[in-house]
Design a protein around this ligand. Structure first.
Ligand SMILES: Nc1ncnc2c1ncn2[C@@H]1O[C@H](COP(=O)(O)OP(=O)(O)O)[C@@H](O)[C@H]1O
Ligand SMILES: [Mg+2]
Length: 342
């Protein structure tokens, strides 16, 4: 089974009207591990939620194949009354989630009034849950519970999520996604709340999986060990580095100098056209033959200005992204100096 996700000219305005993302496009192909990085508040979580379908874009679209499995940012810090079963359902494929809801309703209906109609509805709901893959998922969850907590699924199914540590919550959900049927995983800071062995485990598993992964992380080690593309969210857009973290700093410097150079050329051409218009205005006043040259130069200048300057290089304060964690030996020294926290 293959999966991919493609974001096509996505534009998103915050509820207060601020433009957060403008015409963002990128593609994560089958089996690719892509990391989303960027300063706090740049819009990484929002972008992931747009891809997941939690939010609707104001413009543009998201196309994906293979099914999306989503781990939202605050798993690891669940404080509500949900059970482990609810938590696992929340990351299950949509059809399992829907069938489980119908089944739960049919169960409450029987509890309230046990007659032939409710029994029939219950039997149907059980059959539908089986068809949707619900029982297959429970078999997977049993493996996940054993792997992450050393307990059977039945033993933890009704426990409140709050009785699991942050690391246990994360690990259980990650196991379920990695072992589940969805082929594209969207992971928002999956390394948060994990201890050192937990992070090592996550790196190994993400490297080993055939699934397509788009993840947000601030951890240099995870980025270095797992990501083979890096998507940087900055200044309302994204910039794609086609390689891993080891070559990221160099790629970024090159991009910034390329943008600066393009902007410098634009400024130069702008100044040249303005000087030309200025000179021709003065000479055309005493020379009718030059009047049409003057008009032509003015038109060129206004067209040039209408087209506007090229993209500006990112602002100085955004060049440094806060990253944490030890830098692995695979990262060259240029990347190390760049990635020291601002
Ligand atoms: N519902 C909302 N209403 C207003 N502002 C929001 C809302 N959700 C997010 N934001 C703002 O959008 C920006 C991007 O947030 P987020 O996507 O969480 O960033 P990141 O994950 O990159 O840190 C932040 O400035 C945040 O405060
Ligand atoms: Mg976030």
């Amino acid at each position: 089974m293959a999966g991919h996700v493609e974001v096509d000219r996505l534009t998103y305005l915050l509820p207060d009207g601020r433009l957060l993302l403008h015409e963002v496009s990128f593609r994560v192909g089958d089996g690719v591990k892509a990391a989303l990085v960027g300063p706090n508040g740049a819009g990484k979580t929002t972008l992931l939620r747009l891809v997941a379908g939690d939010l609707r874009p104001d413009d543009g679209r998201v196309v994906s194949s293979g099914g999306l499995g989503v781990m939202r940012q605050f798993i690891g810090d669940v404080r509500d009354g949900r059970s482990v079963h609810d938590l696992l359902l929340s990351v299950a494929p949509a059809q399992v989630r829907a069938a489980a809801e119908t089944l739960a309703d049919a169960e409450s209906a029987i509890a309230a009034r046990d007659d032939e109609a409710t029994q029939l509805a219950y039997a149907q709901a059980v059959a539908d849950y089986a068809d949707a893959g619900g029982y297959d998922m429970e078999v997977v969850w049993d493996v996940c519970a054993t792997a992450s907590m050393g307990l059977s699924y039945d033993a933890i199914r009704d426990r409140p999520v709050t009785t699991l540590s942050g690391g246990e919550q994360k690990r259980l959900v990650l196991e379920a996604l990695l072992r589940g049927p969805d082929q594209v995983l969207l992971l928002d800071e999956p390394d948060n709340y994990l201890d050192v062995p937990g992070k090592q485990w996550l790196e190994d598993r993400l490297r080993a999986t055939d699934k397509t992964v788009l993840l947000v992380s601030h951890d240099r080690r995870l980025l270095a060990e797992v990501a083979d593309r890096i998507v940087t969210v900055e200044d309302r857009g994204v910039w794609i580095h086609g390689g891993g973290f080891a070559t990221y700093a160099k790629g970024r410097e090159e991009r910034i100098s390329r943008l600066a150079e393009r902007l410098r050329r634009w400024d130069e051409e702008h100044a040249r056209l303005r000087r030309l218009v200025h000179t021709l205005r003065q000479t055309a006043a005493n020379n009718d033959a030059l009047a049409s040259s003057y008009r032509a130069a003015r038109t060129r200048l206004s067209r040039f200005e209408e087209a506007g300057p090229p993209q500006r290089p990112p602002k100085a304060q955004n060049v440094r992204i806060r990253l944490r964690g030890a830098v692995p030996a695979s990262v060259p020294s240029s990347a190390r100096t760049w990635s020291s926290p601002a």
